[in-house]
Design a protein around this ligand. Structure first.
Ligand SMILES: NC(=[NH2+])NCCC[C@H]1O[C@@H](n2cnc3c(N)ncnc32)[C@H](O)[C@@H]1O
Length: 425
């Protein structure tokens, strides 16, 4: 664990390859997502600066030129082709989706989710006395009100960018908490506080843990507003993966076309794969009996030390030993977040959205293969699950799944398979 993220491999600088593909020579203007201090042939640049990409020697390092003419290697995970106003437009659409009650009703109605936060707050309540708390994305204000009711904080800043914030102000007033809880109708990126905070609490987790990339806003708040040694709740976040069968789901989307009212529509299966299998099933309820092996925690994020740029491209390896013969229809993901106690004596609170735990509104996510395959007990499935943030649609990501199957006697049963999924662009 070097910088708060474990499970990823770090890019190595390739030699600058002069005979790059002419396609690569297409010059492109990109923007720096964050500062980068270059060493040797690497280019130093600051957040927001504009760079011209001259060539792309590999997927992790591009040869670029600063506006002052300096050239050098720039790390791709620090770059975006997105202009500021296009990002603004995407944010407006995103926050508009949270200005309606439906999504807030769903989250409040998710008892496992909301009670995990309540338990963390109540177990640490006595240590919240006189603390300054920041609730990033407070929505209806439920977490802020829990902090104010169970602890005796000096101040809670409830920050909410969507228009629901105007109603949240009324909710705080009606619950007689206005002297402790201050609702700020603003993006947390733009909020100015007269003091730094002791605790940042936020419910930021999306599909596949990271969709919406709201975690980036929490990390920005951490870097800008959290006291040294301050607490982040959740303190860590993990992503789990398991190979699984999914006969019902695969059959309903694919075999469905083989016989409809006595007619063979299987000519449609190819376009059905495009339409139904390019994105994960986001509301799948995984039956533990469909798991073909033990699940693996493929990613662990330490919220105190992870850097935003580490979340641009997360390349994760996995290896599974098949525990029972069956059909491999795909892979399922879920996540867990931990709330570490404010001191050693207080137990960590866990919220796990996996199939062995109470169902949450996140359910599990099913990545279906185009063509299922048979696997046998003791086969070994190895591969990569690579999460790459969409450089244009900043809240979306792509998942590149690669794997192969070896028999227990180490013979190659299924050569490398690769599939790209969109979440959701
Ligand atoms: N767990 C999730 N996937 N979403 C649940 C929390 C999302 C809430 O945070 C708000 N929100 C998201 N990002 C921000 C931000 N940068 N600043 C303020 N509020 C935000 C958003 O408007 C919504 O009310």
């Amino acid at each position: 664990m070097e910088n708060g993220i474990s499970g990823s491999t770090h890019p190595v600088i390739d030699t600058h390859n002069d005979d790059v593909d002419t396609r690569d020579a297409l010059e492109e203007i990109v923007y720096a997502l964050s500062d980068f201090k270059g060493l040797g042939t690497q280019l130093t640049f600051s957040q927001g600066s504009c760079l011209k990409v001259l060539s792309r020697p590999n997927e992790h390092w591009w040869w670029a030129e600063r506006e002052d003419g300096c050239q050098g290697y720039a790390p791709v995970n620090h770059l975006t082709t997105l202009t500021r106003n296009r990002q603004y437009g995407q944010d407006m659409e995103y926050f508009d989706s949270y200005s309606h009650l439906k999504i807030h009703h769903e989250m409040l109605d998710d008892k496992a989710r909301t009670l995990a936060y309540q338990t963390a707050i109540r177990q640490n309540a006595h240590l919240l006395t006189d603390k300054v708390i920041l609730d990033v994305g407070c929505g209806t204000g439920i977490l802020s009100m829990m902090c104010a009711r169970y602890g005796r904080p000096k101040q809670v800043y409830a920050v909410e960018a969507s228009d629901i914030a105007e109603y949240t102000k009324d909710v705080i007033h009606s619950n007689k908490m206005s002297d402790t809880v201050t609702v700020l109708h603003s993006k947390v990126e733009e909020v100015q506080l007269e003091e730094s905070v002791d605790v940042i609490i936020s419910e930021w987790m999306g599909t596949i843990l990271l969709f919406e990339m709201m975690v980036e806003s929490v990390l920005l708040a951490r870097d800008r507003l959290l006291k040294d040694g301050g607490t982040l709740w959740p303190s860590t976040a993990s992503l789990f993966l398991v190979p699984c069968s999914a006969q019902k789901q695969y059959g309903s989307k694919m075999e469905f076309w083989k016989d409809q009212y006595g007619f063979d529509l299987s000519d449609l299966i190819e376009i059905a794969k495009e339409e139904f299998l390019q994105k994960p099933v986001h509301n799948h309820i995984l039956d533990p009996a469909d798991c073909l092996s033990e699940a693996s925690r493929i990613l662990n994020i330490d919220m105190r030390s992870v850097r935003r740029e580490d979340l641009e491209q997360i390349d994760l390896d996995f290896e599974f030993t098949v525990q029972k013969s069956g059909t491999l229809h795909g892979f399922c993901t879920w996540f867990q977040v931990d709330f570490e106690g404010l001191d050693q004596s207080i137990h960590t609170v866990y919220l796990n959205t996996g199939p062995e735990h109470e169902l949450t509104h996140w359910k599990q996510n099913l990545f279906l293969l185009d063509s299922p395959l048979s696997v046998d007990k003791d086969d070994v499935i190895t591969g990569q699950f690579n999460l790459h943030r969409n450089p244009e649609w900043r809240r979306h990501l792509r998942v590149l799944l690669r794997f192969r199957v070896m028999s227990s006697s180490n013979n190659l049963k299924v050569p490398d398979r690769e599939k790209l999924f969109y979440v959701w662009r």
